[in-house]
Every structure is written in C-alpha cells, then in structure tokens.
Design a binder for this molecule. Structure first.
Ligand SMILES: [Zn+2]
Length: 425
C-alpha cells in the first residue's frame, strides 16, 4: 500500500468550506489523517439511551501549512463535553505516582513553601493538588466539570468551578491571586480558544513565576502510530516547535522541557514570562526541537506517512479479531478509556468481535461504549468468564494492567496490545 495516498488530497477536492487554523488563522488545506466518523468518546450510554440515537462527528485531522499545528474542528461546545465529565484521574495508580513525583520535584526546584501559591488549570478531582496540600503549599484548582470539582471540594481542596481563559485570569490577578507555579496537565489539547487560554496562563503568573504544561508529544504520536489518542475532545496536537511559537506569541519563553513516558510519550514544558531575568534556557529545549526537525516536523513532508501506517494497523487488528472468531476464541477488552472510541470506530469493531470490556471506574460499569454498545463491566468479569484474549485498550498503561491481570495465564489467556502494532503476549 502506498502510504502517501491518504494524505495528499486537498480541501478543494472534498468540496468543504475551509477552516482557519486555531492558532495562526491560516486556511487548513492539508489532511493529516481522516479517521472517519465517530461518536463523542467520553459519553457512555445506558441501555435506556439506546433508542435515542447518538451523534457521530468527523474525525478529520488537519495540519496547518503555516504553523504546523495538527488540529481537529471542535464540533461540540465545551459546555456539552465537560459539564458531566466521567473521567476521574484518581483511578489510575501510575498516574497518581506520576503526580506525586511532579509535586516533590516542583517543591524542590522552585523552593515552594507555605507562602507560595500554586494554581492548576483543569484540576480534575484534585488528584495532583492533594500532594501540594499535604506539603502545606497553598493551592487553587480550576475545574469546569461540576461533578468532578465537587469531589475535590469535598476533599477540602479549594476549587473554582469555571472555564479558564483570559477573562478569569484577569479577575484572579486583580484580586491578587497570581501564582508562583501555574500548571496545566493534559488540558491544552482540549481548549477550543487556544490563544485566549494561553494569554490567561501568562496573566496568572507572578513576574518570576513558572508555568508547566504537559501534553502528549506529537512526534511520539507519529512515530508510535498512536492514532487512537486522536478524538473529538482533543482539538489540538502539539510539537515542541509549534508550542514554542504559541507561547512566544503570548509573551512566554520556554526554558526547559522533559520527555515523559505518560500517555504514550508526553512533554513537560517549563515557561516563564519573556521579561523574566532569573530563568536560563536549558539545552533540552534545543535538543527536542532538533529531534523534531530530524523527523521533518518543520516541513509538510514530516506529516505525510502517518495516514498509511494507521490504515495498516486497522487491517492487522481486524485480521487478528476475525481469525480469533473463526477459531472460536473468546475476546474481551480491558478498560474503557476515551481513546477506545476512536480505535473501535475507525476499525469497525462491534461486540461480535470484542464481547465486552471492563473498567475500574464505577461510573462506567453497567454502561456501554459509545456507538458500538460494547458493554462495560466490573473487572471481576474477566475471572468469571475466562476469555482467551484480553485486548488492552488503554495501551499506555499496559505494564500495570498485565501485572494486575496476570491470573489470566492460569487458563491460557493472552493479552493483545493494539498499538503501535498488534502484539499478542
Ligand atoms: Zn496555523
């Protein structure tokens, strides 16, 4: 198969109206990958919802020819997506450990004390801020999903139930609530108005304050074929090159970057106000940019082969599942993460090929994956039904899950990891 065939069509050939780039406003003419139609991934219908139908939206991803921001049109309003958001970060052990390590690291690096102030944007259920609070560092969480923020407030973590943007930042700054540390983990991708959001981050910083942002690294998404991390709630996909440009436009200077294993390969970018005198730029920034330039991410060619690799993965996964079905083997899933919706819809998988999945999150148990209506059960279901194969849908947590589920070996069960390529182990 020619990997270039899916990526070179132009906007004119599709006959759609041309969208502007979310960051720089240039016309989006180049397809990065077209994953077809998919329902919103963070909706988990109950049986009673089946008769009402579900909305499907295109997962057509563009890359901007000017700034190379990889992006998706935002179809749903942020209010619809985030008003009753079922994701509770506290349910992953490895994510909690990652968060605790971050807090210790930042307390040491910035010398944070009980006189400092930390603000987290999109603070979820305060799974991260709790570690600052334990070390007596004052915090404020900002979380728009009321049901999630409620959990944080009940734990005693100060939390504003609001959307973050330039206006809220100005309000907080005028009340004297600027921060020594502002952090945003896995939120930048979910921001429809990117420029307004980043402007707000700068406003919220004290003159010598530090901003840290974590987000999945586009370079790894491309290299490791992580196409299922593309879904409607993630509007933007960032390289270091583009991130530096975005922060620079809003008066922020990137001073350091760390590469993290989370979410299939993430970046943690450190930035300060451009006029700050105290923070030197580390060599890491240049090194990550050099990696991206080697992969061609500063040219349109660097984005050209991805769509072909994605299609090959689809064919391999369907082939495996059909073969298992022909042999009379039973296949279950593990996990019901947001990204499973993309994988399942793009590959056209139904409950005839994966009978059910399980998830530790009680909110999802008894519900169904969107669109495919694959049922979601408590993890005990696996021991009860002894499937021949367990497909690990949150493959970024595969080591943790394989350890937790090692008992499937007792009946000869095996794990299937779909990404970067279908592997049975
Ligand atoms: Zn652009």
């Amino acid at each position: 198969m020619n990997a270039m065939t899916m990526s070179s069509e132009t906007q004119e050939e599709r006959g759609n109206s041309i969208l502007p780039c979310r960051f720089c406003g240039a016309a989006l003419r180049r397809t990065f990958v077209d994953l077809g139609m998919s329902p919103l991934c963070e909706t988990y219908p109950c049986e009673a919802d089946f008769g009402r139908g579900e909305m499907y939206y295109p997962l057509h991803v563009y890359v901007c020819d000017e700034c190379f921001l990889v992006q998706l049109e935002s179809y749903e309003s942020r209010e619809n997506i985030f008003s009753d958001y079922p994701y509770f970060s506290s349910y992953s052990d490895s994510w909690l450990k990652h968060s605790e390590n971050y807090c210790s690291h930042m307390i040491g690096r910035l010398g944070l004390t009980e006189k400092s102030f930390v603000v987290e944007v999109a603070s979820n259920d305060a799974y991260l801020l709790q570690y600052f609070v334990r070390r007596h560092v004052p915090v404020l969480g900002i979380e728009p999903a009321a049901n999630v923020a409620k959990v944080a407030i009940e734990k005693g973590i100060p939390t504003l139930v609001k959307f973050f943007g330039a206006e809220l930042a100005r309000e907080l700054a005028s009340e004297g609530h600027c921060a020594d540390l502002v952090l945003g983990n896995n939120v930048l991708a979910q921001v429809p108005d990117l420029n307004d959001f980043v402007a707000g981050l700068r406003t919220l910083l004290k003159p010598e304050g530090i901003l840290t942002l974590e987000f999945p690294h586009l370079l790894r998404l491309i290299e490791r074929n992580e196409f299922d991390t593309i879904y409607h709630e993630h509007f933007s996909y960032f390289s270091m090159l583009t991130t530096v440009r975005i922060l620079d436009k809003h008066g922020l200077r990137v001073i350091d970057v760390e590469e993290l294993p989370t979410h299939g390969g993430s970046l943690r970018v450190y930035a300060c106000r451009r006029e700050s005198q105290t923070h030197a730029v580390e060599a890491s920034v240049r090194e990550v940019i050099a990696d991206e330039e080697r992969a061609g991410l500063n040219t349109t060619e660097g984005y050209g082969n991805f769509a072909g690799h994605v299609k090959e993965t689809k064919i391999a996964l369907i082939e495996f599942l059909i073969q298992a079905a022909r042999e009379g083997k039973s296949v279950a899933g593990y996990g019901a993460p947001g990204k499973s919706a993309t994988l399942i819809h793009y590959c056209g998988i139904g409950k005839d090929l994966i009978r059910y999945t399980v998830d530790r999150n009680p909110y999802k148990q008894g519900r169904f994956l969107p669109g495919s209506h694959i049922p979601i059960y408590h993890p005990d279901r696996i021991a009860e039904t002894k499937p021949d194969y367990v497909v690990i849908l949150p493959w970024n947590l595969k080591n943790e899950i394989i350890t937790q589920l090692c008992y499937i070996r007792e009946w000869g069960g095996r794990f299937v990891v779909p990404i970067p390529r279908v592997t049975v182990c």
